[in-house]
Write a protein that binds this ligand. Sequence first.
Ligand code: SF4
Length: 458
Amino acid sequence: MQQWPLHALDGGYENVPFKVFTQRDLDRIEPLQTLPEAMRFEMKVVSTVLPFRVNQYVIDELIDWSNIPADPIFQLTFPQRGMLAPEHYDRIAALLEAGADKATLNAAVDEVRHALNPHPADQMEMNMPRDEEGNRLDGIQHKYRETVLFFPSQGQTCHAYCTFCFRWAQFVGDKELRIAASEASTLHNYLKRHTEVTDLLFTGGDPMVMKTKHLKAYLEPLLEPEFDHIQTIRIGTKALTFWPHRFLGADDAGELIELLQRMVRAGKHVAVMAHYNHWKELDTEAAREAIRSIRSTGAQIRAQGPLIAHINDDPDVWAKMWKMQVKLGIIPYYMFVERDTGARGYFEVPLERAWEIYRQAMQRVSGLARTARGPSMSASPGKVEIQGVTEINGEKVFALRFIQGRNPDWVQRPFFAKYNPDATWLNHLEPAFGEAKFFFEDEYEAIREGKLAAATEA
Ligand code: SF4
C-alpha cells in the first residue's frame, strides 16, 4: 500500500490563521467593496434573515471575483436578493432603510424565518429518541434502525455557511431551533442500549469545527468492546471545501489525523462524508493535500451534496466533479434534491430536470464514478430516489424507490407517481394509475401519529 506523507503529522504545513466574516463584517470584505452599493445592501437585507459566514480561504482561493454574481462559490456562500420572497425582502429592506429599532426588526425577522419551514421533514419531533421516562434526548436522531445521527454541541457551526443550507435554522441563534447535545455520555449510553445500531453519523453544523480533544471524547470510548456493534463511524463535513487547513497545519491537525488512523487500525470503518457541490472546491492545493492526508489514515472519503440552481444545475459540472473525485480517491456517494426549507424558492430544481442532469452526468463518467445515487429526496418517510420518467400503459409517470425508509421493508420497492413537470419535492407528487395513496402512506401516518403523540405526552 502506498504511504502518503502525513503532512499534518510531519508539521510540514504552515498554520494558516482562520479568519472569519459574518453579517456584521460585510463592509470589511475587501472584494465586495468593488460591487455596486445596491447589491451590497441586498446582501445586508438577506443576511439579516438567513445566516451568513465566510472565511478568508473561501474569499481568496475559491471565488472568482471577475465572475460576480454568477460564480458558483459566490452563490454558495454570499446572500443573493432572490433568496427571499419579494414580500419578505421588501418588509426587511423597508425596516433597515427606516432605521427601525432592534425589537421591531427582530420581530419581523422572526416571522419571516418561521415562514420558511425551519424544520423540514418533522425533524424536531419525528426523529428524536426518548429515554425511559420519555424525555427527549437532545442531539440524537434515530430515524433508520441501523443508523444514529449525533449532533455534538461544539460542532453546531461551520467554517462558512452554505446559502442553501437546510439546517440554516440552527445558525440564526434561535435556541428553540437547535438540536444539539453537550454530553458525550448521552451518546454513549444510548448506543450501549441500542445494539441494533451499526452506523454512527456525526453531523452538525460541521463536527470538524470541533477541537480534536472534543472529537476524541466522543470517538475514543467507541473503541471499547461494549461498542463492538458500532462498525462504521461517519463524519459529515464541509471542511475539505471551506477550511482544508483543518487537516493540514491547524494546531491540532496532527492529533486529528492520528485519531482517525487509530480508529481505523482498531477495526472501525471511518468514513468522512464530504459535502461537495462543485469541482472548484477540489481545485486548490490545500484541498488536495487535505484529501491525501485523510486518505493516508485509511479512512474513506465519500462525496455527497445537493443539486442546486445557480450553483451546479448542469450535467457537465457534476460529471467533472465526479471524475475529479475519483481521481483523488474519493467515492461519489449521493446527489440530493434541495430540501423544502429556507431559500428553496431560489435554489430548487424540478425533479424531472434533476433526474435529467443526473442521467446526463452519469453518461459522461466511467463506472467508478457511477457510485453516486440520486437524485434523492431526504423526506420524512425516507430517502426517495427518482429513478426516471417513463410511460406505463399510456400514462407518463415518475418511477421512484426508497433507498432508505422508516420501515426497512419499504427499501427498494419501486413505486410510481403521476408525471408532474413542476414537482420539486415528494409532497408535490400523487400516486399514478388512479391509486388513492402511495403504498407506504397509511403505515407512515401511523408511525408519525405515534411519534407526535409521544412528543406531546412528554
Ligand atoms: S456545511 Fe452543511 S451544515 Fe454547514 S452550512 Fe453547509 S450545508 Fe449547512
